[in-house]
Design a protein around this ligand. Sequence first.
Ligand SMILES: [Zn+2]
Length: 132
Amino acid sequence: MIKRIEKTEAEWLAELGPERYKILRQCSTEPPFTGKYWNHKEKGSYHCAGCGAVLFTSDTKYDSGSGWPSFFAAVDKKSIRELPDTSYGMYRTEIKCAACDGHLGHVFTDGPKPTGLRYCVNSASIEFRPAP
Ligand SMILES: [Zn+2]
């Protein structure tokens, strides 16, 4: 079972700061090639910036050319919720942290083998922790 993290919007804003709040809680998107992690290649794990849940590892990170951190698999599918997103006249699948509902980005089906998935994630939504 996922332990749910729930906070008021005011608490999230105070904790995350305005930039991260906009992305994680209001589903905004950072401009491509601007985030901290799109070109980040260190070994380690990527955690939800809202609650610290582990979401991805460097083993599944790849360069998609999109300008956002991209992964072909999640550490555990249960830690990420998928929701249909039809904003901007597109059909996309939004991904959110299952524990705190923080907006991460979108998942697409044009990723590399073996999964064919591309988790396209905002740098502001994740926090890197180097491998021990
Ligand atoms: Zn979270």
